[in-house]
Design a binder for this molecule. Structure first.
Ligand SMILES: [Zn+2]
Length: 151
């Protein structure tokens, strides 16, 4: 758990002052969240095979789903932590903290995507609120198009 936590926050440890906040933060990058499991099932039904919680490249963090041969990395982003334009509402307390915090998460997501693209990968981001079949269709289309490109 500690290792994952360090990966999530990097050198930014100012938030960790209270155990309650710490626990909330732990909930952040929890694996096997419900939207993630639903997406995995939907992709599996479509005959797609993937690896879970892997690093697409040595330098990158873990993606939620990785299609290695197609070089597609899928991230299922939580609406709160990744600042979903539809659902994100800053908490009432510590607004001056959470606003920039979520902003940093978003910047990091953008950097991650850019780094993956540079390494020849195709990042796909799915919001946790996205309808499962819609998300699965989106992912499947990218994966199959990239697999056929190799032929
Ligand atoms: Zn949302």
């Amino acid at each position: 758990m500690e290792i994952e936590l360090t990966e999530i926050i990097g050198s930014d440890t100012s938030w960790a002052s209270s155990p309650a906040v710490r626990n909330v933060m732990r909930g952040n990058r929890k694996r096997d969240t419900r939207p993630e499991l639903a997406l995995r099932r939907a992709l599996h039904r479509r005959g797609l095979r993937y690896r879970v919680a892997m690093r697409p490249t040595r330098a990158s963090g873990r993606a939620d789903l990785v299609f290695a041969s197609a070089r597609v990395a899928v991230f299922v982003d939580g609406c709160f932590w990744h600042g979903c334009p539809v659902h994100f509402k800053p908490p009432r307390t510590n607004v001056s903290y959470w606003g920039p915090k979520i902003e940093r998460n978003r910047s990091r997501d953008a950097l991650t995507d850019a780094a993956l693209r540079q390494a020849g990968w195709h990042p796909v981001r799915v919001w946790e609120h996205e309808e499962t079949d819609h998300a699965a269709e989106r992912v499947a289309r990218v994966v199959t198009s990239r697999v056929s490109e190799d032929w």
